[in-house]
Each structure stands twice: as C-alpha cells, then as structure tokens.
Ligand binder design. Structure first.
Ligand SMILES: Cc1ncc(COP(=O)(O)O)c(C=O)c1O
Length: 404
C-alpha cells in the first residue's frame, strides 16, 4: 500500500488542479495572444546577443545586480511608461515581477487581512476575484458603464462605508481596456477618482496590463501619473499582452518605500533573467513597431468576432466593441444563465468564460460571458461563434435566426 502524501497536506487548501487537457477547437477562454504576431526571430536574436554578452552574470542571483530587476529592462519600462502612459518614474520606483499576477499577489500580501473590504469593478479579472476570495476579504462591486467605473456609485459606496466606519483597503481598477468589458476610463473620471480617493484616504491599485493595446480611443494618462506626488496609486503592467504571457514578466510601479516593502515579500529570488535580458535587448528598438503590428492583427480579429456575434445572434444579445485588448464581453437578456450552458458548449467544442466568474455578484454575471479572440485565426473565430450560437439556439429560448 503506497503512502498517501495528500493526507499530510493542510486541510484548508484549494481543490487540486485538474489534469491538463488540450483545449477544444473553439477555445475562447483565457488571455492568450496572437501566435502569428509573436516576434520570435527578433526575440531569439536579442536573447543570443544578450546571453553572449552577459551570460557569465547568470552565475549570480539577479544577474549580480539590483533585486528590483535587470536595470536595462527597468530603463526601457521607465521610458515606455513616460511616452505611453504619461507616467514618469525613477528606477527605484519600478520592480520587475513574474507576470502581473505576482504584482497582485505582492500587493494583496502587503495589504489584506481576512475580513477586510476592498472595492472593485463589478465585472473584473477573475484571477483577482479568486485571490480576494482566498484572502478572505469582501469585495464590493462598483458599477460600470460604457466609460468604465461610475464615479457617482463609488462616491455613494464610500459614503455608505464611511457612515459605518468601514475603510476599504484599496480600490482595484483596470481603467484602460477594462477586463472584461473593454472600456477606457476617460481622463476626467480619473481625476474625479483621485479626488475621491484623497477625500476618503483610499489607496488605488491600477492594473494597466492591456493599456498598450488601446485602439478605440486615445489612451488617457495613467491614474498614477495624475496623482501629483500623493503616492496614493500603486501601478502594475505586463509584457504578457504585448509580447506573450508565457514570458512571465510584469512590473510594479510605486513609491520607493512601497516598492521596498513589496520586494521583501517577493521570495522567488528574482524574475527569470533570460526573459529580462532578451526583453531589454529587444524592446528599445522594436517594441513600438511590434505593438502597432500586433494591434492591427488584434483589431482585425476583434472586428471578425463582433461581426460574427451580430450576424449569428442578431439583436438578441448586447455586444459592445471593446476599445482594445483581446476580449469581447457579451450580455444576454434576463433569464439566460451562461454558467449552466458551459457543458452543452463543451460538448459542441466551445469554451468560454461565464460571466459569473468575472463578476463580483453572480446574478450580475449570470447572463454575461467573455470571449477571447487573441489567439484564434479569423476563420476559427467565425466558426466558433457560429457553434456558440447553435448551442444557444438549442438550449435556450433566445430568438436566434438559423445559421447560414
Ligand atoms: C487584468 C489582469 N491583470 C493581470 C493579469 C495577469 O497577467 P500576467 O500575470 O500574465 O501579467 C491578467 C491576465 O489575463 C489580467 O487580465
């Protein structure tokens, strides 16, 4: 009889991960990027150049340099943030992290205690919602409209909490190409948000990982850049959406005392050095042109998906074109429950993210779903949306016309 190691585990662990299975034909889940746009030749050349030059430094943790990350990469991030996000920062305000997921983990580890309250967009990144649940904190959803966070609703929630002497630990927001809704918070609202945050002493955690992929409007300055020196905003970004998520390179930007505290919680002895070396070599002369080409490819996929959804589902669904990024957020009429349709969709080879997993309130998310178009080619997007419509036609009373 073998020893059952799992009996030695703590009793409060999450359910074990399922075995990995290849994705179905029409997999609209996750936050993947366009394989054809990955600049692998440029990255390979950059990696070879950098490793030939700096390879001996792999002998030491952090390449023998700052634990905040490879300095040439932080130089690039600082320059890019200044140009693209209007955010000027010193190198000691930038911490390179292992994907922006690690940024979420570090901020949560530093700020959250079970029983805390945090404010968050009513539809938001599922990976953050699961983290908040694991941290034992209560997320309060702030209403969204076509321009992102509704400041009037945030104001009334803050007012109500203050009346009950409850101080939220932070507001988490994805202001630029919001996940999942694809909206961009206009500059005036960013300013109003900061005014409220100051009034209520509310820290803001700004997750800007899609901001480089804004094509539907001009990208407003980051919230942190508008925060004249009050230090109330922690900012994070990522190369996952602009280069590729398998790289696992992101960054945090905050005031130096905050960065140093977060660094003390970063116990992985440094983010992968070869990725940092390659990016630092590649990005200064190639990043901007690469992102322009990537956006053109993503926009074509987005258009194909929106077109297919409108053709297949007609006026029975509300499809909002995102301002950029890799997702379309679809809203069905009352009574539809996208979670309960997951098995029927899977049987048809279609996978999507049901809205409930991307929403603070299950009822709000029940009639919504998120589709990622980043990694699929145009024909697969069209065929997948048609297959999805078939599922809804068979399983619901939605008035969907017959597919061509
Ligand atoms: C809003 C948001 N934040 C963070 C992440 C994590 O990204 P990564 O860790 O790959 O940088 C994602 C991934 O989809 C996301 O959508």
């Amino acid at each position: 009889m073998g020893f059952d190691m799992t009996t030695a585990f703590r009793s409060d662990l999450p359910a074990p991960s399922g075995a990995w299975a290849a994705p179905p034909r029409f997999s609209f889940v996750g936050g993947h990027n366009d394989g054809d746009s990955i600049p692998f030749t440029g990255l390979a050349e950059a990696a070879v150049t950098a490793i030939r030059r700096d390879g001996r430094r792999l002998a030491t943790y952090n390449l023998g340099g700052s634990p905040l990350g490879h300095q040439p990469l932080r130089d690039f991030i600082a320059g890019s943030l200044s140009t693209r996000a209007g955010l000027n920062c010193d190198l000691d305000e930038i911490l390179v992290v292992s994907g922006s997921l690690q940024a979420l983990d570090l901020v949560n580890a530093a700020m959250l205690t079970p029983g805390d309250v945090v404010l968050i967009e009513e539809a938001t990144y599922g990976g953050m919602l699961s983290r908040l649940e694991a941290a034992g904190v209560e997320p309060i959803g702030i209403a969204l409209d076509d321009h992102g966070l509704r400041i009037d609703h945030l104001d009334s929630v803050l007012d109500d909490l203050a009346a009950r002497s409850i101080k939220p630990r932070y507001l988490y927001t994805i202001p630029t190409v919001q996940n999942p809704t694809g909206t961009v918070l206009p500059r005036e609202r960013r300013q109003q948000l900061l005014d409220l945050a100051r009034r209520y002493e509310l820290p803001i955690f700004e997750d800007d990982c899609y901001a480089d992929l804004t094509w539907g409007c001009d990208r407003p300055p980051s919230i942190r850049s508008l925060d004249d020196a009050s230090g109330q905003v922690i900012y994070c970004g990522s190369f996952s959406k602009t280069i590729g998520p398998a790289l696992r390179v992101g960054y945090l930007v905050a005031d130096p005392p905050v960065i140093r505290q977060l660094l003390a919680l970063k116990t992985d002895a440094g983010t992968g050095a070869i990725e940092q070396l390659a990016l630092a070599e590649y990005a200064p002369s190639h990043f901007d042109a690469h992102v322009d080409a990537l956006m053109a490819a993503l926009q074509a996929k987005c258009d194909a998906m929106i077109d297919a959804l409108r053709t297949e589902f007609g006026s029975s669904v509300d499809v909002r074109a995102p301002e950029g990024g890799i997702y379309v957020w679809v809203t069905f009429p009352e009574g539809i429950d996208t979670t309960s349709l997951v098995p029927a969709a899977a049987a048809a080879g279609v996978e999507y993210n049901p809205g409930a997993a991307w929403s603070v309130d299950d009822d709000y998310g029940a009639r919504r779903l998120r589709l990622c178009f980043g990694h699929l080619d145009l024909d697969t997007i069209r065929a997948g949306v048609a297959a999805l419509a078939e599922v809804f036609r068979a399983e619901t009373d939605l008035p969907i016309g017959t597919s061509q």
